[in-house]
Design a protein around this ligand. Sequence first.
Ligand SMILES: Cc1cc2nc3c(=O)[nH]c(=O)nc-3n(C[C@H](O)[C@H](O)[C@H](O)COP(=O)(O)OP(=O)(O)OC[C@H]3O[C@@H](n4cnc5c(N)ncnc54)[C@H](O)[C@@H]3O)c2cc1C
Length: 401
Amino acid sequence: MSRIIVVGAGINGVTAAIELRNRSHEVILVDPGPLPHPLAASSDISKAVRAAYGADEDYTALAERSIKLWRQWNEEFGTKLYHEIGVMFVRRSKMGPGHFEHESLKLLGKRGLKVARMDTPELWKRFPAWNPELYRDGVLEVEAGYAESGRAVAKLIERAKSAGVELRERVTFSQLDERGNHVSGIVLDDGQRIAADFVVMAVGAWTPYLLPFTKKFFRATGQPVFHLKPSEPELFAPERFPVFGADITTTGYYGFPINRDGVVKIANHGTGREMSPNSLERVVTSEDEGNLRQFLASTFPALADAPIVYTRVCMYCDTHDGHFWIARDPEREGLVVAAGDSGHGFKFAPVLGEIISDAVEGKDNPLLDKFRWRPEVRAGTATDAARVQFKERRSVGRRGD
Ligand SMILES: Cc1cc2nc3c(=O)[nH]c(=O)nc-3n(C[C@H](O)[C@H](O)[C@H](O)COP(=O)(O)OP(=O)(O)OC[C@H]3O[C@@H](n4cnc5c(N)ncnc54)[C@H](O)[C@@H]3O)c2cc1C
């Protein structure tokens, strides 16, 4: 049994803390709070949960497992955190080999998952909010949907406490307590030291700022998120408006059905603006809003003039290849970094704790090779375009559109 400090109580940190505690380690979870932290990427009204990952079978298989566990969590927590209302990725042009949507349809079909091709007028009639002239093709994944991420984190924080995790809220990490190439704990912003056998840094987009030596691996990017109030809410009900990606490899836009507060969330997945998560620039710009209005006018006429009732800049912790970074630091014994979400980690919440704990314990886990410590992967290399999914969008962006 080890004494382990987990820094950061977003989805990476809280699931790791629970799993490490269940493996009989002594676990301290620190976060400035309040929890779920309002600036955390995990604290949101919704995150897409899908197995559609193009041709990448690792993420598809992991998502399949996660979806089964999300259903189980709904039972265990006695409340619906995960809504299985379908996810559709559609295109304005016919899809073909190599396209994210095409490869997803192929792989999901091969794995026996319930999918449909979005290329018939009959099917489109089910989704009246969409401009029927514009979108021609795509994939509908039936057994997928979204998770209420903020609510899920709140439930997991309670579970961590009841599992015996020592939660230290209103506590802020300042730096590692390093002795030579060994990390023996952390130093807090008030100078206090907490000793441990292992330190797990699960601070998401704060990672390159709290661990400056990781700046060459991670880029914190701000992405705009909008909440709109439609005047015809029935058009955006889940059964008529599944989670969507609208030609996402070129537009970047994706969104969610209306929720219990009458809000439709639409956001953009793009190059983003590099900034610290604590930056004052972390606000949606008039350019972001202008781009959104253009998109809505073309794709969802009924939302074109809908009032925006809330906006947020949510932060990705980008890696150069879009894969997660869950690994021991080869130069600092006792340190594990669990970050690099690149905008797609929340759906794996039910399995993240296990993967991070395997990294801490040095256990064999085939996925840890994909998430390994990989300084060889550099910005601007081919991997830039290999951002797991939606690759075309990001690389074009990188070249400065
Ligand atoms: C716009 C957007 C949309 C997304 N959509 C999806 C989606 O549809 N599906 C999906 O699967 N994923 C999605 N993601 C990705 C998902 O949100 C992330 O994978 C996940 O939330 C990352 O969790 P985390 O625990 O690494 O980081 P965070 O949730 O950001 O948590 C980091 C924690 O570190 C704490 N911290 C910061 N500084 C300190 C300090 N000094 N000391 C101690 N603690 C500290 C913070 O308070 C915070 O609680 C999206 C992300 C964004 C930004």
